[in-house]
Design a protein. Structure first.
Ligand code: ADP
Ligand code: ZN
Ligand code: ZN
Length: 677
């Protein structure tokens, strides 16, 4: 019987790495979560191993918590740490259920025997006995007295805090007859080898979700668990609803928007095997699911799968690893897959919409010489259409403000970016750090009152659109409610940032408009083309579903860019073939691995010195290149482009550890991003 528990303290410190030895209390196993005395405080820790003996004198954990991690997750933590140049403790902290919560129980009372004739009971006690079985609730003291006399038994019973989820687009769980393509896709999934990875490339509206549902049904029947990853839940509530309709309580929901109590209970239901399907956004990739047989990554192109905190994990990459560990089948689905997935995963396709309707024709409208945000032709089309979706990836009224007299531009004091004007809220705000200031009435430099607003955001466009507008962006209320109102409306325009292009299934949208297709193209990033293609094709996919005949208008200044040309033809294969050729030549992913190291600090010289030191230790790396100041911090980056991923990650990890431990660079914070997006 090993008597030593090796405990990894859950701290964020990079230099402090466990595990440390503690005495092993009874019942403690690998995965147990404990509170340990550590230095002069108590910290949370996870048991990562057991040992027969230790060279140290051992302290005992102060407490063993109710929820424990499964062994497969404990084993995954060091891999995540190494893969993303982080620490096992940080990886473990992502896996834990909400802290400071325990399962809630209630006491239920039942009668054990009838009162003897002549047994003395008050009227109140008699009434209480007659009302059994019941929840103890407010009359606990009275019930305890009856319990003491052997009349009733009080037993604890788990009380589930269910997640709050507004079901949308409910189809009452109907199980439609599969189309021929869906049936073929399902057969391919069923015939896949354990650990195999598939890409379900299905055009928008081709019924991918139904294929997921059937594959999940098969997995459940084989007593396997299912993980379903979706982009942000608030924006794609439909898929959650469809899984819940079909499978009921065996579906657990896990996302950060849930109350901690409900999240804890859902987590525990999975851990105990009471729920066998987990649906959630990227963080759910670490859900405790035993005997995982199927991992689904819906809308696999979605940027939200990348986590921005440390460790900067990519849920798609972690999902592949979990699937491999469990011998589970991975199905990544999208109408606009990433070049990486197209190249590396076995493809199955759903080439047609379920209803057989053609994809809507896409018109490219050249914005050269057009004043204002909308081409007159676009405006007319909006007047004609009953329901439309308009995409403008820019919140606020206008992107920046200048003084006409002296040229002053309003910038964030903490970041080197211009402030965005939000008219209704009456302020200028920084979209990077949240800084706000009141809208000025005159220029503080030259006192001129003639200030110019440049560019158009969703807030302003709302006022220029014909017809009732349902605005969906970070400033405009609860997304589920806006989507629901739009769904039920007779006429109207759903206007918003890129969230309007995400997976929604409205049967009666006649027109889709991309107001400024070049906006994503302007990003200086090798994924700019891919992102633009996805945005245009996804928006096109929202139009012309169901009975409505659809059309799409794409406004652009770059009418001949491949992303726009291929998106207009709904030709993902054509686009990806060209894109992969380009990346092969330029040695971009998937033909290499990129690692980005960002140094930041308040002192520009120190930041530059640290970045230069890192660059010097990583032969062949690019940089250091200055980045714009963010939240008052100067930044500089070094980029590694490597053929051998594992080797590059290990080298970068070693260099980062060395620089982090070097007192000369202690004023500089380091962050490593493997596979930056
Ligand atoms: P995708 O995710 O590929 O864009 P969806 O899964 O949203 O497509 O399916 C589009 C619509 O078609 C949904 O309303 C869905 O209920 C419906 N649907 C899917 N499969 C079938 C089928 N076999 N028969 C009838 N309707 C279907
Ligand atoms: Zn001025
Ligand atoms: Zn700022």
């Amino acid at each position: 019987m090993p008597s030593v528990a090796q405990v990894e303290p859950i701290t964020t410190a990079r230099v402090l790495r466990g595990p440390f030895d503690y005495a092993r209390p009874e019942g403690v196993e690998v995965g147990s979560v404990v509170i340990i005395p550590f230095g002069n405080r108590d910290v949370l820790g996870v048991v990562t191993g057991l040992a027969e003996d230790s060279a140290h004198e051992l302290m005992a954990p102060k407490e063993v918590l109710e929820a424990s991690l499964p062994a497969d997750l404990v084993a995954l933590a060091p891999w995540i740490a190494a893969e993303y140049c982080s620490t096992p403790a940080r990886a473990l902290s992502l896996m834990l259920p909400p802290k400071g919560i325990r399962a809630r129980t209630t006491l239920r009372a039942r009668a054990l025997r009838a009162p003897e004739p002549g047994e003395r009971l008050t009227d109140g006690q008699r009434a209480l006995l007659e009302s059994l079985p019941r929840q103890a609730g407010g009359d606990l003291a009275a019930l305890r007295r009856l319990e003491a006399r052997g009349l009733v038994a009080l037993e604890p019973e788990a009380m589930r805090r269910a997640p709050h989820h507004t079901d949308v687009g409910a189809s009452a769980g109907a199980r439609p007859q599969l189309t021929g393509d869906q049936a073929l896709a399902l057969e391919e999934i069923a015939a896949a080898q354990p650990g195999e990875r598939l890409l379900l490339h299905g055009v928008t509206g081709s019924g991918k979700t139904e294929v997921y549902l059937r594959a999940a049904e098969r997995a459940l029947a084989a007593d396997q668990g299912v993980l379903v990853l979706v982009p942000e839940i608030a924006l794609t509530p439909q898929i959650v609803s469809r899984f819940r309709e079909r499978f009921g309580d065996t579906v657990a929901l896990l996302h950060s928007g849930m109350a901690a109590g409900a999240r804890y209970d859902e987590w525990l239901r999975l851990r105990r095997g009471e729920a066998r399907i987990c649906v959630g956004p990227r963080s759910a990739v670490l859900a405790p699911i035993d005997r995982l047989g199927l991992v689904i990554v819906d809308e696999e192109h979605d940027a939200s799968y990348k986590h921005e905190g440390d460790p900067r994990y990519d849920a798609r990459h972690v999902a592949e690893r979990r699937a491999r560990d469990h011998g589970a089948i991975l199905v990544a689905g999208s109408a606009t897959p990433r070049a990486e997935s197209w190249e590396r995963l076995r493809r199955i396709s759903l080439p047609q919409r379920v209803d057989g309707a053609p994809l809507p024709p896409v018109e490219i409208v050249d914005l050269v010489g057009v004043r204002g945000a909308l081409h007159p032709q676009t405006h007319d089309a909006l007047v004609d259409a009953r329901k439309s979706i308009v995409l403008l990836n820019r919140r606020g009224w206008s992107n920046f403000l200048t003084c006409v007299s002296c040229g002053r531009a309003w910038e964030c004091p903490e970041c080197d970016v211009t402030l965005v004007l939000h008219k209704a809220q009456g302020h200028l705000s920084c979209h990077h750090c949240g800084h706000r200031e009141r809208i000025p009435s005159r220029c503080p430099d030259c006192a001129s009152v003639s200030l110019a607003r440049h560019g158009t955001g969703t807030e302003r466009l709302e006022t220029e659109l014909p017809g009732p507008v349902f605005r969906l962006d970070g400033d405009a209320g609860d997304p589920a409610r806006v989507l629901d109102a739009f769904q039920r409306a007779e006429r109207g325009i759903l206007l918003g940032t890129q969230v309007v292009a995400k997976g929604h299934d409205f049967p009666d949208v006649e027109l889709g408009v991309v107001v400024d297709a070049d906006q994503t193209l302007r990003f200086p990033d090798f994924r700019a083309e891919e992102r633009t293609f996805a945005l245009v094709a996804q928006l096109a996919g929202r139009a012309g579903r169901g009975a409505a005949a659809g059309r799409v208008i794409v406004q652009t200044l770059a009418a001949d860019s491949p992303s726009i040309v291929f998106a207009a033809r709904h030709d993902a294969a054509g686009f990806l073939a060209g894109e992969l050729d380009r990346r092969r030549v330029l040695r971009y992913p998937p033909f290499s691995t990129l690692i980005r190291i960002v140094c930041s600090g308040t002192d520009a010289g120190a930041v530059q010195a640290a970045a230069a030191a890192i660059q010097a230790r990583l032969p062949g790396s690019l940089g250091p290149a200055p980045l714009f100041r963010l939240r008052g911090r100067e930044r500089s980056q070094v980029v590694v482009k490597a053929a051998d991923r594992a080797q590059a990650v290990a080298e970068v990890g070693a260099v980062i550890d060395a620089i982090a431990a070097d007192r000369a660079h202690r004023a500089v914070a380091l962050s490593v991003d493997v596979d930056p997006q």
